[in-house]
Ligand binder design. Structure first.
Ligand code: ZN
Length: 148
C-alpha cells in the first residue's frame, strides 16, 4: 500500500480503537494518533525506497551496515509479520501508554494491509476512502463535542 493509505488506515483504526477503549483505560486521543502516524510508517524503515527512508535515511543506513539489506529482506527484518505483531501486542499490554498503543496499532495495521492489499489496487482505494470517511466522522464528532 502507499504511505498515505497506511497513515489514513492506521489513524482510522486507532481512532476507532480509542473510541472503544476509552471506557476501560486512560487514553489520550492526540497521543494515540501521533503514535499511529509514526507506527504506520515504522515497518518500512528497512525498505530503501519507502517514504520514511527517503525522509529519515539514518535508520536505514544503520540497518544496512549491520545486515546486508536487499529487497528480499524487507519483510524479514522489520516486517517479519507474526513475530512483529506478537512483540508489538506484548509491548502494548506492558506499557498501556497512549503513544505505545497508537504506535503498536499503526505497526499491526501496516503489516496486515501490506500482506493482504496490493499497492494501487481497487481494494487499496476503497480502504483509503473508508479510512478517510471514518476520520472525518471522528473529527465532526470531536468538534461537535467541543462546541456543544
Ligand atoms: Zn510496507
Amino acid at each position: 500500500m502507499t504511505n498515505k493509505t497506511h497513515i489514513m488506515f492506521g489513524v482510522a483504526v486507532n481512532a476507532t480503537a480509542t473510541y472503544f477503549l476509552k471506557d476501560y483505560i486512560e487514553i489520550d486521543l492526540s497521543h494515540v494518533l501521533l503514535g499511529a502516524i509514526i507506527g504506520s510508517q515504522f515497518p518500512d524503515l528497512d525498505s530503501e525506497c519507502s517514504w520514511i527512508t527517503q525522509t529519515i535515511p539514518l535508520p536505514y543506513k544503520l540497518l544496512s551496515k549491520t545486515k546486508k539489506l536487499h529487497h528480499k529482506t524487507h519483510r524479514t527484518i522489520l516486517l517479519h509479520s507474526l513475530y512483529t505483531i506478537i512483540v508489538t501486542i506484548i509491548l502494548m499490554l506492558m506499557f498501556k501508554n497512549s503513544i505505545i498503543i497508537g504506535f503498536g496499532i499503526g505497526i499491526i495495521t501496516h503489516i496486515v494491509t501490506d500482506n493482504f492489499i496490493k499497492c494501487n489496487s481497487l481494494l487499496e482505494k476503497v480502504c483509503y476512502y473508508i479510512s478517510t470517511s471514518i476520520i472525518i466522522i471522528f473529527i465532526i464528532k470531536e468538534v461537535t463535542f467541543l462546541i456543544g
